[in-house]
Each structure stands twice: as structure tokens, then as C-alpha cells.
Write a protein that binds this ligand. Structure first.
Ligand code: CA
Length: 221
């Protein structure tokens, strides 16, 4: 899952980056509204954390522009404390949720999980496929009840597939959702990761769809 952070407060941005890293997300970062708007317009994110008060272009204008252009990426808006007008304006501009500063990082992560879950059509924070379970709350995976050790990249890849179970996902799509914009992307490494994951879980769960990509098949559905 790849997240965009648009926040001009450097300390807070650093805290957000650390928390997202620890929670198993990939992220890109913009410190002003113009760059933030550009990234959200051109890169595929699973969710966006957007501050309202930003240099060059304010957060509400950024959000309105994205929505006018048809971008449906879930947006969590960071508002000033006690500003109910910000919250109302934010929701009207197309925000999916908001959080007033200062906030607890745990709450931000929980709201982010909920946004990603809803936009991918999953009701529970625990995703299952056959005997594989992925708990999005602690980024842990089990197979047949046993903990599965995954590298950070393997986890990101499996988490994306678990959120989009039953759908054909191309290597390009996987690449875009597990690497940030600065990473030297090579979609051939996706196959390596998929094969490593197959060795750690019930291998037939990840089907290769010739010429198209991969699909996570749930034998119980
Ligand atoms: Ca700000």
C-alpha cells in the first residue's frame, strides 16, 4: 500500500514517515500543495494524508482539484484543532475522513487502515485468503495459524494482493503500489518476490495469469 503525505510541518512529516514505515506502507512526501497536487494527480496512491494549511496551494484547493479531475483516492485531511469550519469544508471538498491536530499516531493509522479497507471493499481489519491471514493492525501474517516471516517488500506485495483478492493485478500495478517514486523500479523483481511468497504460504493461492499478471484466489469462495 502506497501513501502520499502532503504536510509542510517537517517534524510532523518525519513522524508520519516513521509511523508509515513501521506499519509496512510505502510513501511519497510533498511539503507544499503544488507538489502534493502533482503527485496525487500523476501517481497511483492507496490513500493520501493531506494537511489543510500548506504553502503555494492550500489543502482544500488541492483536494477540490483532484476531485474535479475524477481522482477517487481516499483522503484523510489534517485540520487545525477545534476548527469545525475546516472539517465541514474538507468533507464538502471530497475528504473521506479528517483528524484534528494534535493527534495520536495510533489514531491516524487506524483511520488510514479504515479508509484503505473501505476503498478496497474489505469490511474487516483482518484479511483472509484460504489459510492465510493478514492482520492489518499489526502487519502480521499467519499461515495455518503459524507466523509467516516476510521481508518488508514481500509483506507489501502480499498486503496489496490480499486487499485486492480475486482481481487480476499486473506486475506494473504491483510495482507502483509497493515502491515509492524514487525507487529504481524493475518489474522483474516482482516475480522473484511472488515466488518467495509462494514458498512461505500455500503456493496455488497466487495464480499466474499468463500475459496479465497475478491473481490471489480464495479456495473458499
Ligand atoms: Ca500546515
Amino acid at each position: 500500500m502506497r501513501i502520499l503525505i502532503v504536510e509542510d510541518d517537517e517534524d510532523l512529516a518525519r513522524q508520519l514517515q516513521g509511523a508509515l514505515d513501521d506499519a509496512g506502507y510505502t510513501y511519497d512526501y510533498a511539503a507544499d500543495g503544488e507538489e502534493g497536487h502533482f503527485l496525487g494527480d500523476t501517481e497511483p496512491y492507496d490513500a493520501i494524508i493531506l494537511d489543510i494549511g500548506l504553502p503555494i496551494m492550500d489543502g482544500l484547493s488541492v483536494l477540490e482539484k483532484w476531485r474535479q479531475d475524477g481522482h477517487k483516492t481516499p483522503v484523510l485531511l489534517l485540520t487545525a484543532r477545534d476548527s469545525w469550519t475546516d472539517k465541514v469544508a474538507g468533507l464538502d471538498a471530497g475528504a473521506d475522513d479528517y483528524l484534528a491536530k494534535p493527534f495520536k499516531m495510533e489514531e491516524l493509522l487506524a483511520r488510514l487502515r479504515a479508509l484503505i479497507r473501505r476503498s478496497s471493499g474489505n469490511a474487516s481489519s483482518e484479511l483472509t485468503c484460504g489459510n492465510v491471514r493478514l492482520d492489518t493492525r499489526n502487519a502480521k501474517v499467519t499461515f495455518d495459524g503459524q507466523a509467516v516471516k516476510l521481508t518488508a517488500q514481500e509483506f507489501k506485495l502480499l498486503a496489496y494482493m490480499m486487499h485486492h483478492k480475486g482481481q487480476v493485478i499486473s506486475r506494473t500495478e504491483l510495482t507502483e503500489h509497493i515502491y515509492d517514486q524514487d525507487f529504481d523500479r524493475d518489474s522483474n523483481t516482482i516475480e522473484v518476490f511472488v515466488n518467495r511468497i509462494r514458498k512461505k504460504i500455500d503456493a496455488p493461492l497466487i495464480q499466474t495469469v499468463r500475459g496479465l499478471g497475478y491473481r490471489l484466489d480464495d479456495p473458499e469462495e
